[in-house]
Design a protein around this ligand. Structure first.
Ligand code: FAD
Ligand code: SF4
Ligand code: SF4
Length: 461
């Protein structure tokens, strides 16, 4: 008999005024009892509408059925047929606009907590059943993967399981891409990402860190001198955008990427870290996406009073709903329908305030979203000694500028066909480098698509 409760089982979490002072994981995960109860809410719909919302088409009713029956390892095996990073996606997927958006239980009440169940299953597997991966027999083919984010790790893992000799080239000193340098520990513990990377190593994947493709080695060299028969580019979109407003070069203005990298990758929040990071008294974070929420919540944890400044309204905030709610609970002030027009500084060029104008929403623009328009005479100042820009990112042009024959679109993204093949022979690409800033699950899906195509190409040889 299904559990007909209209509400999802709530996710246990640290109390807001405790967690806003530490970097430990905010949400604590379902217990076995809660997972069993939540799984009973699923109606196992024959036409499984939830699956159409999952970019990798996880067999959702089937895995939830196994959870309901207490077969957690069987549930894990179903999820891992299509997803390589369930412990990550169960935590960071924007479920409300993907799988859960289409869940029939959401018509009258809340959808089934699909993401929460996925996280439970993955954590259960990692704690109880994870057998060390075995290195498969080599098939003699060599593949290079550029970048160790979700697209690169997935592509590398899928190929390594088929016996390919895979090397992942990563510019930073740690593998994991945005999962280690961008998304904070309190949302995605780094031990989870490390486990994935260790799993790849156990499969025989070589992870060459501190290697910038385009500087340390070129794609030509990988293909012509080092014997890689195919290359996958999963180099992400890590180049931050800034506003073209007076004062943008003042001391105390920085990109969210830099701020987050110092905190997450370099652990600058720990007293023993030798990486400096600004400890603002009052921070203004400009933007409304996940990156803005993460930067604001990190600044809060460093002791700042924090305001998010976003030019559209609450409904238009692109961040995951859960992150917005968590940020509000933690005491972040949301200055919505507000746009910065100038950054003001003191006599030493240090930021002292951000001058803003109030906005109203007009007619929809090309993106279909209502265009924000300034309200004349509404200017005001927000006091701040630090301004963090979280306005979006684009792909770094380094690979494009050092690789012949790679077609790039107007936004600086690599152009690929449906198999992830670029305009250059034997070179594939996927993830944010192709789509621009998107999501972990889409990047992972692109890594899978390319791995399949590379296997088809190389196994014909
Ligand atoms: P990335 O994860 O960006 O990895 C690319 C890797 O390539 C990096 O490690 C980089 O160092 C390396 N690299 C780049 N150039 C080179 C080179 N020339 N040579 C060698 N290595 C190179 N998505 C969600 O689904 N949910 C969220 O909650 C969420 N929150 C986010 C929060 C933040 C702060 C950010 C920045 C992003 C967030 N995203 C979220 C987006 C998501 O993380 C990305 O869409 C995803 O990581 C893209 O994966 P990728 O493999 O394409 O690239
Ligand atoms: Fe939902 Fe993401 Fe899991 Fe797919 S991977 S079922 S979209 S949480
Ligand atoms: Fe279960 Fe909702 Fe999917 Fe139906 S739509 S199978 S209730 S998760």
């Amino acid at each position: 008999m299904a559990n007909m409760s209209l509400k999802k089982n709530p996710m246990p979490a640290q109390a807001p005024d405790v967690r806003n002072k530490n970097f430990e994981e905010v949400t604590l995960g379902y217990t076995k009892e809660t997972a069993l109860d939540e799984a009973q809410r699923c109606l196992h719909c024959k036409n499984h509408p939830c699956m159409q919302g999952c970019p990798v088409m996880i067999h959702i009713p089937e895995f939830i059925k196994e959870v309901a029956d207490g077969n957690f390892e069987a549930a894990y095996q179903i999820i891992s047929q299509t997803s390589s990073l369930p412990a990550v996606c169960g935590r960071v997927c924007p479920q409300e606009s993907q799988c859960e958006k289409y869940c029939v239980r959401g018509v009258k009440g809340e959808p089934v907590g699909i993401g929460r169940l996925e996280r439970f299953v993955a954590d259960w597997h990692n704690a109880n059943a994870a057998a060390p991966a075995e290195k498969p027999a080599s098939n003699g083919h060599k593949v290079a993967v550029i970048g160790s984010g979700p697209s690169g790790l997935t592509c590398a893992g899928d190929l390594a399981k088929k016996g390919y000799d895979v090397t992942v080239f990563e510019a930073l000193h740690l593998a994991g891409g945005v999962m280690v340098y961008g998304i904070p520990e309190f949302r995605l513990p780094k031990a989870i990402v490390q486990k994935e990377v260790d799993g790849l190593r156990a499969l025989g994947v070589t992870v060459a860190t501190d290697t910038v493709v385009g500087r340390t080695v070129s794609i030509d060299e990988l293909q012509d001198e080092m014997g890689f028969e195919a290359v996958f580019i999963g180099s992400g979109a890590g180049l931050p955008m800034f506003m073209d407003i007076p004062g943008i070069n003042c001391k105390g203005v920085l990109s969210a990427n830099e701020f987050l990298t110092r905190i997450n990758l370099m652990k600058a929040y720990l007293p023993e870290s030798d990486t400096p990071v600004v400890h603002p008294r009052k921070a203004a974070v400009v933007g409304g996406g996940n990156v803005a929420m993460d930067a604001a919540r990190c600044a809060k944890r460093l002791g700042a009073e924090v305001a998010i400044v976003y030019r559209r309204g609450e409904e238009e905030l692109p961040a995951r709903r859960e992150e917005v709610e968590h940020a509000k609970e933690e005491g972040i002030d949301f200055q919505l329908l507000t746009n910065p027009v100038e950054i003001l500084s003191d006599e030493n060029d240090n930021v002292r305030a951000i001058r803003c104008v109030r906005m109203q929403l007009g007619e929809p623009d090309a993106s279909g979203r209502r265009r924000p328009q300034a309200i004349p005479g509404s200017e005001f100042e927000i006091e701040a000694d630090c301004v963090i820009m979280a306005l979006g990112t684009s792909p770094n042009p380094l690979i494009k500028s050092t690789t012949q024959g790679l077609e790039i679109n107007k936004k600086g993204c690599i152009v690929v066909n449906e198999d992830g093949l670029t305009s250059r022979e034997h070179v594939y690409a996927g993830g944010d480098a192709v789509t621009g800033a998107a999501t972990v699950i889409l990047a992972m899906g692109a890594g899978k698509t390319a791995a399949r195509a590379i296997d088809e190409e190389l196994s014909r040889r």
